[in-house]
Design a protein around this ligand. Structure first.
Ligand SMILES: NC(=O)c1ccc[n+]([C@@H]2O[C@H](COP(=O)([O-])OP(=O)(O)OC[C@H]3O[C@@H](n4cnc5c(N)ncnc54)[C@H](O)[C@@H]3O)[C@@H](O)[C@H]2O)c1
Length: 289
């Protein structure tokens, strides 16, 4: 059993939807939970946690407001002494085809998802380093990982979170801070009208939250992208094909001519750092690495 007694967790956007379900699960395992939300739902979820015998407090603020986020974190540290877990979950949609999308809607979505997660993570990062323990979850999306019509702003922000996770996972490792991504599918307000009701009803939020619990446990992996929905769980990898070697005679025409060979996924590799891409190319070219 994963026991979170003594742990303090912040779950953003936890006044409803998936965040609520994550907060309830973490509290049921003994964590003191900060239920953050822009809306008043945060207090309702805190009341639910209290009614079930758990410990929680509500903080109503926007994750996009770095000052308010810092004040939330400072207050939690002052009262509860530590922050072990941060689940960056808060989010919004402003869907439109890119042709019709205003840059104001693009910025807003990036501000909430990407900057909001950066604000919250930055605010807890030093405390996690100092206590030599931290578990951070970024909520990405299949929309960013694979693309979805009408979600250019959201997809860009969600893929930005994968990059943030990859680098923070590397930087946090020596301080026992593990950073992972969750790619969920859940029946929430956000998903209304996106999938047919009969299908959507299978995606219960409480079937996603076990993935979060796994990612914030002591045994958590580092730098995983875990997808979860309807009781299914998968790992997502950013992979690179073995590719081709054109050497000094490299040309656009040759790239296109050998596209199928270049795209062949046999023996595809998942580099563990960005540097490995360059090393792979040097090795293929017969250079020493
Ligand atoms: N539901 C899905 O299938 C799905 C799929 C992929 C990714 N996601 C992601 O999962 C997360 C949760 O989504 P959900 O489906 O539960 O959505 P939801 O709309 O039900 O819940 C999101 C919550 O975030 C809060 N919120 C919005 N802006 C905020 C802000 N600036 N500061 C603080 N709180 C804010 C909202 O008030 C709401 O309570 C989001 O990041 C979403 O992008 C959801």
């Amino acid at each position: 059993m994963i026991d979170l007694n003594g742990r303090v967790a912040i779950v953003t956007g936890a006044g409803g939807g998936l965040g609520r379900s994550h907060a309830l699960l973490l509290a049921s395992r003994g964590a003191k939970v900060v239920v953050n939300d822009l809306g008043s739902g945060a207090q309702t979820v805190v009341d639910e946690i209290h009614a079930a015998g758990g410990q929680a407090r509500a903080v109503q603020c926007s994750v996009a407001d770095a000052g308010a986020v810092q004040a939330m974190v400072d207050a939690v540290l002052a009262d509860w002494g530590r922050i072990d877990i941060l689940v960056n979950n808060a989010g919004i949609l402003r869907d439109k085809s890119f042709a019709k999308m205003g840059l104001d809607d693009f910025r807003l979505v990036v501000d909430v998802h990407l900057m909001g997660s950066a604000n919250c993570t930055k605010a807890v990062w030093n405390a996690m380093r100092e206590q030599n323990y931290g578990r951070v979850v970024m909520t990405t999306s299949c929309s960013g990982l694979y693309g979805n019509f009408g979600q250019a702003n959201y997809a860009a922000a969600k893929m930005g979170l994968v990059g943030l996770m990859q680098t923070l996972g590397i930087e946090g490792e020596k301080h026992n801070i593990r950073v992972n991504c969750l790619a969920p599918t859940g029946k929430t307000k956000m998903m209304e009208g996106i999938l047919p009701d009969a299908q959507l009803s299978k995606f219960k939020p409480e079937l996603v939250s076990p993935a979060v619990l796994a990612l914030v446990s002591e045994q958590a992996p580092n730098r995983a992208i875990l997808s979860a929905g309807a009781g299914g769980f998968e790992l997502v990898h950013i992979a690179m094909t073995q590719g081709i070697e054109l050497g000094e005679s490299a040309s656009a025409e040759a790239i296109l001519q050998r596209w199928n060979e270049l795209a062949d996924r046999t023996n595809a590799i998942v580099p563990s750092t960005g540097f490995e891409q360059a090393q792979h190319e040097l090795k293929k070219g017969g250079f020493e690495v």
